[in-house]
Design a protein. Structure first.
Length: 134
């Protein structure tokens, strides 16, 4: 479970959509810690026939809710797996968190989920009362 912007996102739901794209051989979705949203959704994809823009357009066309769409895409030659072929999500979170490596393609900030009710962007201060009405 990924919690982003006070919403619960099941990675399997997003993976099922992304896995249907023709250029994607394998995919895993993880949450990367973010001070504003709690977690940012990052899709880790294997396959050379897709770009971040292609996958984002595919998610939009699929009917996946906007808040469930990945904000970033990490393209890898293979997903890390253990001896039982289970995806090692902790390693993917670490790799995606190291976005300074230049391998993580972020979608524009407009693609991010809307800020929560207590963020600075939506915090409203009370209107000042007109002069003489204090």
């Amino acid at each position: 479970m990924i919690i982003s912007g006070a919403s619960n996102i099941h990675p399997e739901e997003v993976e099922a959509i992304l896995g249907t794209y023709p250029g994607v051989a394998d995919v895993a979705v993880v949450g990367v810690p973010d001070a504003r949203y709690g977690d940012l959704i990052v899709a880790c994809a294997v396959g050379g026939g897709a770009s971040a823009a292609d996958l984002d357009a595919h998610c939009r066309a699929s009917g996946l809710a906007d808040f469930k769409r990945p904000q970033g895409y990490l393209f890898l030659p293979a997903l890390p797996r253990n001896s039982l072929a289970k995806v090692l999500r902790r390693e993917l979170r670490t790799a995606a968190g190291a976005h300074h490596s230049g391998r993580l393609a972020y979608i524009s900030p407009a693609a991010r989920p809307p800020p929560g009710p207590h963020s600075a962007a939506t915090h409203r201060t009370p209107a000042a009362s007109p002069a003489g009405h204090d």
